[in-house]
Design a protein around this ligand. Sequence first.
Ligand code: BG6
Ligand code: MG
Length: 220
Amino acid sequence: TKKGFIFDLDGVIVDTAKYHFLAWKKLAKRIGMDFSETQNEQLKGVSRKRSLEKILAWGNKTLSEAEFNQLMSAKNDDYLSYIEKMDDSEVLPDIAKTLDFLIGKGQAVALGSASKNAVPILKKVHLLDKFEAIVDGNDVSKAKPDPEVFLNASELLKVKPEDCIVFEDSVAGVQAANIAKMLSIGIGDKKNLHEADYVFKDFTEISEDFLNDIMSNKIN
Ligand code: BG6
Ligand code: MG
């Protein structure tokens, strides 16, 4: 069967989750707050605006709209300063190989990301042309765990949600995939991603046999 393989970007395709973390940490410090790994985990997959709202709520802070917007753009400027220096070496292990394998098998491949920086990042690491469809933070109004981003991707690929597979490193993203009735594959720590149908540390642990089993409906 032709399946729709939908990849999250940050923390799945590229090692940018660490840059989001550094940028949010710096921002938190600027407004006199600490920022823990646990809090960071809750921001993965969450839009820039919603992330700042959460941070401010954790610190019991209220800001004017102007101050809020200023902090959002400061965070993004800081994040982009890391992205500028990025190259192909920050593509996570076996990603390019997996994309080529799926494309070679005639599968439909899409990006489903909350980031508004998705296209420039994919260009930077030379993976843009691998994706038949791209749905990112510029296209969706409802953030993960809302399934909008993945349902849009499924529609663009012309593959039913039940025949789509989502690779996600965030709790919110796994929940979005589950709500969309897609097969959810967590990339990262089993402890955080226990709601996923399957969890792998990274793509080096995902065998071609496993992908073949998905395509032949042995796994669904
Ligand atoms: C998600 C990241 O992919 O994109 C989040 O996991 C990030 O950490 C969100 O906040 C929005 O990204 P951007 O690049 O538009 O700020
Ligand atoms: Mg992610």
